[in-house]
Ligand binder design. Sequence first.
Ligand SMILES: C[S@@+](CC[C@H](N)C(=O)[O-])C[C@H]1O[C@@H](n2cnc3c(N)ncnc32)[C@H](O)[C@@H]1O
Length: 434
Amino acid sequence: MAEKRNYGPKKDTKRGPKKENNGGKKYPSKVASKAVVKGNSRFAKKQEANADSKKSRCPYFKKCGACQMIDTPYDKQLRQKHAHVQELLEPYTRVASFVGMEEPEHYRCKVHAVFTHDKKGNPLSGIYREGTHEVVPIDSCLLEDKKADAIIASIRGMLKSFKIKTYDEDNGFGLLRHVLIRIGKHTGEIMVVLVTVSPIFPSKNNFVKALRKEHPEITTIVQNINDKQTSMVLGDREKPMYGPGFIYDICCGMKFKISPKSFYQVNPIQTEILYNTAIEMADLKGDEVALDCYSGVGTIGIIASPHVKEVISVELNKDAVKDAKLNAKINEVKNITFYENDATRFMQQMAESGDKVDLVFMDPPRSGSTPEFIESLRILGPKKVVYISCSPDSLARDLGIMTKKGFKVEKAVPVDMFPFTRSIETVCLLTKSS
Ligand SMILES: C[S@@+](CC[C@H](N)C(=O)[O-])C[C@H]1O[C@@H](n2cnc3c(N)ncnc32)[C@H](O)[C@@H]1O
């Protein structure tokens, strides 16, 4: 491992990172330009108008509402999304063509089903109707991995014979709340997470045996206990019921551990394209010190590590950092160091210490980064920044701030990580003149 720097004691990292987290709300409203707001609502309205006008090929479309573009031909989806991101990034750069998928259905390797029941007590599973707690029962989804849907259907079918009741949000009775499936596309490993209200799981061993008999491809089953009145799917406690309690997957030739709570991109085919695009954009020479901010389970830093001198990674989620350290070990990566910290605080500490880096990868959550992070970025003075964004609105807002601080947007490449939905992932290269 590379030499560890002292960016504040660990307990510091726990003190109030939430205040600095989620920069979205902290931005002065004038930073989000009118063009951003207008462009977004026009795009959404167009999708809603399309949706109302005809019968959908998805039987759940009207109730579910998650795939706003399910009935739009794929090439048209890409053109419409391109036009949208181009409109938002117009002041900064010309956006390259969208990198789409050859087979855009059933790409989701992370599938979540809410469990409930009908008036007669028959188990149902599906997804929440957008913005509500009403469950739309779903048997199979055009976006989800088919094997994951089949496992969820089997679990639903087994509940009555095992006398397992689904949880009732209104009266608090019942056991099973959610099922989460994660699939390692390249390893074939499958993790089933059963989210229950109580730690007691009746006939646990027989349930596991019966499920594995129907799906011998399952490599691990985990019970997660969530007894809180919360919209969060997973609780804090976990008990492996079968297997190691995690899976591995391979991405860009590196092996990654995926635990129930780790962030790992849901579309593995496009993830490889996304990361390769980011690393190619960085045009690495081998002597750089790279900073990987919002690093999750360490994916981008670990994949970039053979191409640079040193990687420093920062991530807020402690489970993800734990997995990231293990991922570096599995892949025998020795030139990377991981920090559990709020990215903004970490950047400020680096800037105050007078440190310099050559390159920054930043892959923030949907809300984007913060003005304080960007100010510290200016002080750190990397020659290049590769910004990976899953929200063109927060990206446009952040680029607005970054260009005012002397960064120039050189390129933007959108990669379609979420076909049939409005979501847009974009990789941008920014440079800074000395
Ligand atoms: C879009 S994900 C990117 C993860 C990783 N780069 C990848 O591609 O798998 C954003 C990550 O930022 C982390 N995160 C959210 N807020 C953060 C903050 N304030 N500081 C550091 N990390 C944060 C999340 O836990 C999540 O792992």
